[in-house]
Design a protein. Structure first.
Length: 475
């Protein structure tokens, strides 16, 4: 687009791909936003020349479109109270835990819901303003489930897609939500609703039949006004070739060696990389590793664990509690098992650029991804994409969407500590041939199914749902 004009593709997601920050000299700057949604969608936006509507983080009221890192961005502002009620509250203390198997207890507050409605309307109105006639608007994730219906009301000419990046819960859990019907009706404003896995799409269709009473057949919902809505699985991915290229660079190779040296060149390096979130299973994974050390399977000369935890949602109580729990656990494990200059766990509470992460992926022998529930988990795919040497082991939770595709990982149940310990040990002891066999198969999957193919498939099928309306956009 031009910042003044409209666009044929509009991406609407709660977060902009960059966060506004203040540089050390006080001038305004930008930093890439955390999380899988942004890392998946940024290349899609670049390839399509669209615009992205989202929140820049923080509470300043600027709503003028701007360009950052070559992307056309339209900011949505929120007051401190709206951030508290819509973002920290309804999005991240109600929907997030409810959609992730209630691994934390969801809170239901009527003021939070009111704020959710207000902010969803703000996004819908902004999208209605910037979308060209018959444009495609692609709405993303759990923070914005009312936008499709609100937007259709304002702009019936648009083709509207919705994609949920996180799991969609089974009816037994979704039913708890006092506003369950409004959420379902909000989503039904879209022409096509995408989920990570087919089980999630089926959960949704069944709920629509039971709770809203619409007719459904397989993955199609028939609305009383004659419109149809499709709900199907589109497992998301990453810019696989981009990661591989990065991992192959000399700088990354050099940095990977530096990291190994800094860790004292242990025989094996275990690595975890996550947003610091209670769904990620960080606590159980560190315990499993510590028990292996305590049981005498290896010591700090043989193996260390590096855990990178990106700060996330720090104002939400459950996240604060988690941080304290992890701090305490790491302290205890290092107190029990570390040696001078050689902790058992190297814990980094920070966010790093892609290049640095690629170096960690190259340096690590065993990547440990153990969420209690996760929509996809792109870190698992990033690790695989970086291992062009066909080495490295992946230990992966069955409860991550990625486990459906990465069958050759060491698959574990994160609630089963003994099972996790034996998988970590198997991965630690695996010989080169075994590692190569598994990694080759996983690489084939990740390299052949990248994020461009994901977006292409979604947008092509979106165009097919309503062939008579709107222009189609192709990546
Ligand atoms: C996950 C969610 C995204 C979210 C990201 C980071 O990937 O699916 O919608 O943006 O986490 O979380 P945050 O709350 O910082 O935006």
């Amino acid at each position: 687009m031009s910042t003044s004009g409209g666009a044929d593709l509009v991406i609407v997601a709660n977060r902009l791909p960059v966060d506004r920050i203040e540089n050390p000299d006080g001038s305004p700057g930008w930093r890439p936003s955390p999380g899988g949604l942004v890392s998946a969608l940024e290349p899609v936006l670049r390839a399509n020349d669209g615009i992205w509507i989202g929140w820049p983080g923080g509470a300043d009221g600027d709503t003028a479109p701007f360009e950052a890192e070559g992307l056309d961005l339209v900011p949505i502002s929120m007051t401190p109270q709206e951030i508290e009620e819509f973002y920290e509250g309804f999005s991240n203390a109600t929907l997030w835990p409810l959609y992730h198997d209630v691994v934390a207890k969801p809170e239901f507050h009527r003021e939070w819901w009111d704020s959710y409605v207000t902010i969803n309307r703000r996004f819908a109105e902004r999208a209605a303003e910037v979308a060209n006639e018959a444009a495609t608007v692609w709405v993303h994730d759990y923070q914005l489930q009312l936008v499709p219906a609100m937007l259709r009301e304002l702009r019936p000419d648009l083709r509207i897609g919705f994609y949920l990046h996180i799991p969609f819960p089974p009816a037994e859990l979704f039913q708890q939500l006092p506003w369950r019907r409004q959420i379902l009706e909000g989503l039904l404003g879209a022409d096509l609703i995408g989920f990570q896995l087919s089980g999630a799409a089926q959960n949704f269709v069944r709920l629509v039949r039971q709770r809203v009473g619409h007719k459904t057949h397989r993955d199609v919902v028939y609305l009383p006004d004659g419109r149809t809505v499709r709900a199907a699985a589109f497992p998301i991915s990453i810019d696989s070739a981009g990661y591989e290229e990065l991992a192959r660079s000399e700088e990354v190779a050099r940095r990977a060696t530096e990291i190994r040296d800094a860790l004292g060149n242990p025989r094996k390096i275990f690595l975890g990389v996550d947003r610091l979130d209670y769904t990620k299973g960080i606590y159980a994974r560190l315990r499993a590793f510590a028990e292996l050390v305590a049981d005498g399977h290896f010591d700090v000369e043989d193996a260390v664990f590096v855990q990178v935890a990106t700060p996330s949602r720090e104002q939400v109580e459950q996240y604060r509690l988690l941080r304290d729990d992890i701090d305490r656990l790491v302290g205890r494990i290092n107190g029990d098992h570390g040696q001078i200059g050689r902790p058992a766990i190297h814990y980094l509470h920070a966010s790093y650029p892609r290049e640095e992460m690629a170096a960690y992926f190259r340096a690590a022998d065993i990547m440990v991804v153990t969420p209690l529930r996760d929509g996809m988990n792109l870190v698992a795919k990033e690790y695989v994409a970086c291992r062009f040497d066909n080495e490295g082991a992946l230990v992966l939770s069955e409860f991550a969407g990625a486990a459906d595709e990465l069958r050759q990982a060491w698959l574990i149940n994160p609630y089963d500590i003994n099972g996790m310990k034996s998988a970590l040990l198997d991965a630690y002891r695996a010989d080169g041939r075994e590692l190569t066999r598994r990694m080759k198969a996983m690489r084939k999957q990740v390299m052949e199914h990248d994020v461009a193919a994901w977006a292409d498939k979604f947008l092509t099928e979106l165009a097919a749902v309503r062939p008579s309306h709107g222009k189609s956009v192709r990546p």
